[in-house]
Design a protein around this ligand. Structure first.
Ligand SMILES: Nc1ncnc2c1ncn2[C@@H]1O[C@H](COP(=O)(O)OP(=O)(O)O)[C@@H](O)[C@H]1O
Ligand SMILES: [Mg+2]
Length: 340
């Protein structure tokens, strides 16, 4: 089956007074129909720019310099602004971290979601639109939906506002939902509820999801596959179980070590990776993670590692996996297997 989204060698830059910010540097991945792909990585790794490139929401300074983005086989990079508007909020919908910035504080929630419905179907009158809104509120499990139509955004809790955003995204029955850190601003328990909601909505509606987060723990709840991003590149990509059971990249291992464990003292558990992300105006010529990598070798700073096939359906961009790299004492190689 053809993937719903196929991204190939995507490169996106921002042209600023300080120079060209190379935010995304050759990213390729697929989102399979009905599946969830997680894009994970620390802040600044290029996750949001990847998703904004798909929707061509890069602003005046951003530009896709090369690559291909296909939605169900149809190339998006060559589409006009008008055509892209039809794609956004049509076949592809997006939800962001902070619902308050996308909601009008002066407009009742029912009217806001109603506007979204009107934008896609101008035949419905106000009463029919409100019925649709109630239906959507019910879908995202907002209690007493009829009563909430006249409430304003500030009268909703953060979790309820994010439910409204999801309802708006679902109004047009998208084939692909792009969620960029939708639960980051929420308490852990509310976050969990939203993730469960998204999972059951996906089952009910059969849509595909691209879920962006800096938190590998969140990915475990929801995703079938994960792409781990750093320095504008995908460091490792694998099925969810492989990532947790057999991470094949030092950066992935670092992210795993920084997941808080509910059963343990959080202060002891959290181990952020020491060091800071690369300067994307002057990105390093070798592996972007090398300056922070506990296993870095000479070559890592000099040359970009090729992808090594680490399983039937997984790859990792690391010199440690190269066939020329000694297998002995190598945490990423099993015995003497050669991977690249
Ligand atoms: N509008 C912009 N202008 C210039 N640089 C930007 C812009 N948006 C993002 N960047 C830069 O692109 C890189 C990737 O950013 P982003 O995709 O937002 O990271 P993430 O979502 O993974 O936290 C960062 O170095 C960031 O500073
Ligand atoms: Mg982001």
């Amino acid at each position: 089956m053809e993937p719903i989204l196929q991204v190939r060698d995507l490169r996106t830059s921002f042209f600023t007074s300080g120079g060209e910010v190379q935010a995304v540097r050759g990213v390729s991945f697929d989102v399979e129909k009905g599946k969830t792909l997680g894009i994970v990585g620390e802040s600044g790794s290029g996750k949001s720019v990847t998703s904004l490139s798909i929707l061509k929401l890069l602003g005046a300074t951003g530009r896709i310099s090369s690559g291909s983005i296909k939605l169900d086989g149809e190339e998006l990079t060559t589409k006009s602004k008008k055509e892209m508007r039809a794609v956004r909020g049509g076949r592809v919908a997006m939800i962001f971290q902070d619902p308050m910035t996308s909601l009008n504080p002066l407009l009742p929630m029912g009217d806001q979601v109603g506007e979204m419905i009107w934008a896609h179907d101008k035949r419905l009158d106000k009463k029919e639109r409100m019925e649709k809104v109630v239906e959507l509120f019910r879908l995202v499990r907002i209690p007493e939906p009829e009563k909430r139509l006249k409430s304003f955004p500030h009268e909703f809790s953060g979790g309820m506002r994010q439910r409204v955003m999801i309802a708006m995204a679902l109004a047009c029955r998208p084939e692909l939902l792009i969620a960029d850190e939708p639960t980051t601003a929420l308490d852990v328990s509310i976050q969990d509820q939203i993730l469960k909601l998204m999972r059951s909505l996906q089952r009910e509606m059969g849509m595909s999801i691209m879920f962006i987060t800096h938190d590998l723990g969140v990915v475990a709840e929801l995703c079938d596959r994960v792409a781990v991003m750093y320095g504008g590149m995908i460091m490792e990509e694998a099925d969810i179980l492989d990532i947790f059971q057999r991470p094949r990249h030092p950066y992935t291992m670092g992210l795993l070590a920084s997941i808080p464990d509910m059963n343990m003292d959080k202060r002891k558990q959290l181990q952020p990776i020491p060091g800071s992300p690369p300067d994307m105006i002057h990105p390093p010529k070798g592996c972007p993670f090398a300056p922070r990598c506990p296993y870095a070798m000479g070559i890592c700073l000099e040359e970009m590692p090729p992808y090594a096939q680490t399983g039937e359906n997984s790859r990792s961009m690391c010199w440690l996996l190269h066939s020329d790299c000694p297998a002995e004492g190598n945490p990423f190689r099993q015995g003497k297997e050669a991977l690249a």
